[in-house]
Design a protein around this ligand. Structure first.
Ligand code: NAD
Ligand code: IPM
Ligand code: MN
Length: 341
């Protein structure tokens, strides 16, 4: 009986987590869930974004499913203060989840929900492989005497393993995105990617693209991209941008992989304070994160595919939450997906 560590978090996190669990229950009746408060909810209850007990429970679980953390209530600019987002950094580093997969597959039913022209997004099938446990997010930082700094560090090993993850996920082309015209870390990244390509994946095309130009091409020629592999912060920014190809940030799921133990699954979006408590959040990114949990976390391909196909069918029949231009509530979208299972 696989046990899932369920971390609903803050804002719309609990709203979309409820939806995902309903869908998971419909395809995998043997899963058990242990729920823990993390993020702002963790700070309110225990004074920290994630307790040691919660971390231990996550490590002992078969997979971690997270809603979203953070929100204005816990935002602070005070140096060294506890932050809701610390839960994410603790989990990612603590579980060794260096490879964050962010698939971007606009569904035909939603081509017209995107602000981009249909002919640009037709047949886009892209994967952003975001490095998740290094770079600016984990470098030394500080504020002192009117000066603040964050450091961007990568080792050869960290680059090798994420670049390999990118090539393994690709059929024909990997685009490595960096800022090698400015940053030393990017020049190392480019050298390592070039070497791993030549030594291990010569049959797959490797191209290098500077991040500013890549951001532009994501919008002007998104079909060009198959797998994008990039450092932590570039991947964060490019994936929110790419979400608009699917019509909404609320559509994107992620899988964070690479550790020896359980993997973690969560939507790309955050806690959406502006719509919290209204019951209108789009639950699809979270439901699809449940599908990725079934596939990558538990090896249940058939059930994962069933969830994805139910989402497709529900959208084909016209269900749309507000972010996609419709009026359906979170519960109505969830019901529509359940009806297709
Ligand atoms: P956000 O992703 O929460 O919201 C950005 C915009 O997208 C908002 O207008 C929101 O209403 C909309 N949106 C997001 N998800 C949606 C959904 N499922 N359905 C409909 N609309 C949706 O980003 P933000 O507002 O910049 O950040 C809010 C908080 O969330 C911050 O504290 C941030 O740190 C946190 N955050 C957490 C995660 C995470 O837990 N993985 C990810 C991103 C942001
Ligand atoms: C994400 C989020 C987080 C990140 C924030 C909340 C720290 O934006 O998962 O994309 O930047 O990694
Ligand atoms: Mn983000």
């Amino acid at each position: 009986m696989p046990n899932i560590a369920l971390l609903p978090g803050d804002g719309i996190g609990p709203e979309v987590a409820t939806a995902a669990i309903e869908v998971l229950n419909a395809v995998a009746t043997d899963l058990t869930y242990d729920e823990h408060k993390v993020g702002g909810a963790g700070i309110d209850e225990y004074g920290v974004a994630m307790t040691d007990d919660t971390m231990a429970a996550c490590k002992a679980s078969d997979a971690v499913l997270l809603g979203a953390v953070g929100g204005p209530k816990w935002d602070t600019n005070e140096t060294g203060a506890v932050r809701a987002e610390d839960a994410l950094f603790g989990l990612r580093a603590g579980l060794g989840l260096y490879a964050n997969l962010r698939p971007i597959r606009p569904l035909p039913a939603l081509y017209d929900a995107s602000p981009l022209k249909r002919e640009l997004i037709e047949n886009v099938d892209m994967l952003i492989v975001r490095e998740l446990t290094g770079g600016l997010y984990y470098g030394e930082r500080g504020t002192k005497d009117g000066r603040a700094y964050d450091t961007l560090v990568y080792t050869v090993e960290e680059i090798e393993r994420i670049v390999r993850a990118g090539f393994r996920a690709a059929k024909s082309r990997v685009t490595s995105v960096d800022k090698a015209n400015v940053l030393d870390t990017s020049r190392l990244w480019r050298d390592v990617a070039t070497r791993i390509h030549a030594e291990e994946f010569p049959t797959i095309e490797l191209e290098h693209e500077l991040v500013d130009a890549a951001a532009m091409k994501l919008i002007s020629a998104p079909r060009h991209f198959e797998v994008i592999v990039t450092e932590n912060m570039f991947g964060d920014i490019l994936s929110d941008e790419a979400s608009m190809l699917t019509g909404s940030l609320g559509m994107l799921p992620t899988a964070s992989l690479g550790g020896d133990g359980p993997s973690m699954f969560e939507p790309v979006h955050g806690s959406a304070p502006d719509i919290t408590g209204q019951g209108i959040a789009n639950p699809i990114g979270m439901i699809l994160s449940g599908a990725l949990l079934l596939r990558h976390g538990l090896g249940r391909e058939a059930e994962a595919a069933a969830v994805e196909s139910a989402v497709d069918k529900a959208l084909d029949k016209g269900i749309r939450s507000r972010d996609l231009g419709g009026t359906a509530t979170t519960a109505e979208v969830t019901k529509a997906v359940l009806e297709e299972l």
